[in-house]
Design a protein around this ligand. Structure first.
Ligand SMILES: Cc1cc2nc3c(=O)[nH]c(=O)nc-3n(C[C@H](O)[C@H](O)[C@H](O)COP(=O)(O)O)c2cc1C
Length: 231
């Protein structure tokens, strides 16, 4: 009798342990997927020429209340820092291909995306949720109460991790990060023009306040905001 019980136990224990491991694995995977939002595949052809986009581009500070789509947002983020080669090169140039920019989204009116703060992950073209809730007005408060920040469907914030470039280029690397934000921002301006959206660059804001609002890490400095909405 005892022998039979031992045999049953020897058979059952590994099965139970394996089952527990599979359950844990699945749970961890689900958690990862919950925090990470897949963005729609960006398109690589459009309806207007680059010349038309440059001709008509303007800083637009008034938006309709119509939401932008997740496709629109995907396209804008791809234009800013999307990966376009197997080696990892991106839509915007970068000194030494060191990519010091991190891109954050303060979403308040995007179809199919909960209001909140997200980090764009170029690898995989996904969004990582950082904070819940509509923080557009709070962001505007950090930027002299500029109303286009509150009225925009999304505010895109570029943060720089200066050490990525200063390690190689010394103090000059700081300037490089600002130059790169300019490249990325112009891409967003032109993409928005091609998508029928309006953009306004915002440089007037208090760094420390924006850092706290977006829960940036100590090595990230917010350097540029782009407000985007329907026109
Ligand atoms: C570095 C930089 C910072 C800017 N900061 C602001 C800003 O804080 N608020 C704003 O309304 N516009 C801002 N702008 C937008 C400029 O006012 C705008 O580009 C300029 O008036 C020219 O108009 P255009 O972009 O329509 O050609 C900024 C532009 C740049 C390049």
């Amino acid at each position: 009798m005892i022998r039979i019980a031992i045999c049953i136990a020897l058979i059952l224990i590994p099965v139970l342990i394996t089952g527990a491991c599979i359950d844990k694995g699945e749970t961890e995977q689900n958690t990862r997927q919950e925090g990470e939002i897949m963005l729609p595949e960006p398109r690589t052809a459009g309806e207007i020429s680059i010349e038309e986009a440059m001709l008509h581009r303007r800083s637009v500070r008034r938006y309709t209340k119509e939401a932008i789509t997740l496709n629109d947002l995907s396209q804008l983020l791809w234009a800013a820092q999307g990966i376009t080669s197997e080696e990892g090169f991106r839509t915007a140039p970068s000194a030494g291909a060191l990519y010091p920019l991190e891109v954050y989204v303060v979403a308040g009116n995007v179809d199919g995306l909960s209001d909140g703060v997200y980090r764009y992950r170029a690898e995989g073209h996904t969004l990582q949720r950082i904070r819940d809730g509509d923080l557009r007005k709070n962001l505007s408060e950090c930027a002299l109460k500029q109303t286009q920040i509150t009225d925009a469907a999304v505010d895109i914030v570029f943060a720089a991790v200066f050490k990525r470039t200063t390690t190689k280029y010394g103090e000059r690397g700081v300037g490089y990060a600002y130059i790169e934000a300019g490249h990325a921002a112009q891409n967003v301006y032109l993409q928005a023009e091609a998508s029928g959206l309006g953009v306004c660059a915002v440089g007037a804001f208090y760094e420390q306040e924006v850092s706290e609002l977006l829960a940036l890490s100590h090595d990230e400095t917010p350097i540029y905001i782009l407000t985007v909405g329907n026109v």
